[in-house]
Design a protein around this ligand. Structure first.
Ligand code: ADP
Ligand code: ASP
Ligand code: MG
Length: 440
């Protein structure tokens, strides 16, 4: 059995829902993981913001407008009045639930319950639609099996047990539909796997059932060799190693959520990135092997802050770096890039939430300088140190731009450059021209 995950755009209208239904019925008995319809989770976040601010009119207006869109989708999706009514009553229950929060205290717990409605609605509609075209589909409620533990990590054993019990119970189904993104936490409260987390759900489900493959269906024909939002003429990459995919996802290739790779990698389950709008396209296969001697792709991660600590005390001293890193640990802030010299160290972080406290503590160890609004440009491929010329080519591509930091040798798959936000698009394009365009 495979896991097939469809993102928001893939289920973003009645027509798309019909397309997905046709696509999945041709592919046999699988588990279908769905995101909310495109735009829904953002609107639910907007509704929650109104509720936090006690702007009840704003919340009600936004709820009504979103609800109307769903009823329009239902009218287009179903011809039979009975099926329309069945779908409307499911959707109405979700919106009435959201509306119930306009009366009471509103906290992060209520917000999570609101955010869960998007996936509950898309899966309910898909299930009713599949049944209306004669497919014996069964809804597997993610809130009954997807759970995180006290550290907020997925509870693998629980997920496996609950999911396999559900699959046994509905063994004669034609296919299974389930929600991405949503889960319960260790206390049984409704929670989620962070924005964009439906990819993670698919991977966790895949790992739990030891799936033959995890397919991530989206609006583009696989992982491209550069960010198509900023570079023209990008091309899909045929295959990536798990490590390469993880680097690209973490460093900004939005097509894949960074958390999605690990469960698949640990269980050695191939992940395939496919295009709902063009199902015949080859897409990208992510697995445990890769073409050697190739630079595969470039990605960019925004909102990076660079911090430099310069200290005479670092010279010939041991324990200095530990003390520096401990400060970041104390303030629960992960470090992305590191570059060191004998008298100083530069690190990057992607959240300024605890920056002031970090800087206060770092100042005890030396002179500290900060550069805001930076971007990590990450070049991914077979960058094993014995291969010659790849680092030079990447660096040569960027020779016109000021580069704040370079990191190479941390893995066999990545070289990263830190540049100014204002140079990001130029850097991505220069790398594309130098690394990919002349190779065609
Ligand atoms: P979904 O809603 O299906 O999860 P996403 O919007 O999360 O889809 O991811 C798909 C989008 O990722 C594409 O439309 C594309 O704009 C963007 N993207 C960014 N970098 C890349 C890349 N390297 N390759 C392919 N798509 C990318
Ligand atoms: N619907 C959620 C979001 O928009 C999860 C997802 O689409 O992956 O973030
Ligand atoms: Mg996504």
């Amino acid at each position: 059995m495979k896991v097939m995950k469809f993102g928001g755009t893939s289920v973003g209208s009645a027509e798309r829902i019909k397309n997905v239904a046709e696509l999945v019925t041709k592919r046999g008995k699988n588990i279908i993981v769905l995101s909310a319809m495109a735009g829904t989770t953002n609107t639910l976040v907007e509704i929650s913001d109104y509720l936090y601010k006690k702007n009840i009119d704003g919340a009600k207006e936004t709820i009504n407008a979103l609800e109307k869109k769903y009823y329009e989708t239902i009218m287009e999706l179903f011809e039979d009045e009975g099926q329309r009514e069945a779908a409307r009553s499911e959707i109405k229950a979700c919106f009435n639930y959201v509306r119930s929060f306009t009366k009471d205290l509103f906290t992060v717990f209520e917000e999570k319950e609101i955010l869960a409605q998007g996936e509950l609605m898309s899966t309910a509609m898909m299930n009713i639609y599949l049944r209306s075209i004669g497919v014996k589909s069964v809804l597997l409620p993610a809130l009954d099996y997807m759970r995180t533990d006290k550290n907020g990590e997925p509870d693998g054993q629980y997920i496996r047990q609950k999911l396999s019990a559900l699959l046994d119970k509905y063994a004669d189904a034609d296919m299974y539909i389930t929600q991405g993104y949503i889960c319960r936490n260790a206390y049984g409260e409704i929670d989620n796997l962070q924005r964009g987390g439906s990819d993670y759900s698919a991977s966790l489900v895949g790992a739990a059932i030891n799936a033959e493959e995890i397919e991530i269906w989206t609006d583009i024909d696989g992982m491209h060799n550069n960010d198509p939002r900023f570079v023209d003429g990008t091309d899909p990459v045929d295959e990536l190693h798990f490590e390469e995919a993880a680097e690209l996802a973490y460093f900004g290739a939005k097509i894949l959520h960074p958390t999605c790779v690990l469960p698949a990698k640990l269980n050695n389950i191939p992940v395939r990135l496919l295009n709902t709008m063009c199902p015949s396209a080859k897409g990208t296969l992510i697995h445990n092997a890769t073409g050697a001697h190739k630079i595969k792709a470039v990605a960019a991660k925004d909102n990076i802050t660079a911090i430099k600590i310069k200290s005479g005390r670092m010279l010939l001293a041991y324990g200095f770096l530990r003390k520096v890193f401990e400060i970041f640990e104390t303030h629960k802030t992960p470090i992305d890039m590191i570059a060191t010299s004998e008298v100083g160290v530069s690190v990057t972080i992607d959240s300024e939430k605890n920056l002031d406290n970090i800087l206060d503590d770092l100042k005890k160890f030396g002179t500290v300088t900060v550069d805001h609004d930076m971007v990590i440009i990450c070049v991914v491929g077979d960058l094993e140190w014995q291969n010659r010329g790849f680092e030079a080519a990447a660096l040569d591509a960027l020779k016109e731009l000021p580069v704040r930091m370079i990191s190479y040798g941390g893995s066999n798959y990545n070289i990263s450059f830190l540049v100014r936000k204002s140079d990001k698009v130029k850097a991505l394009n220069l790398l594309s021209d130098r690394l990919f365009k002349n190779k065609k």
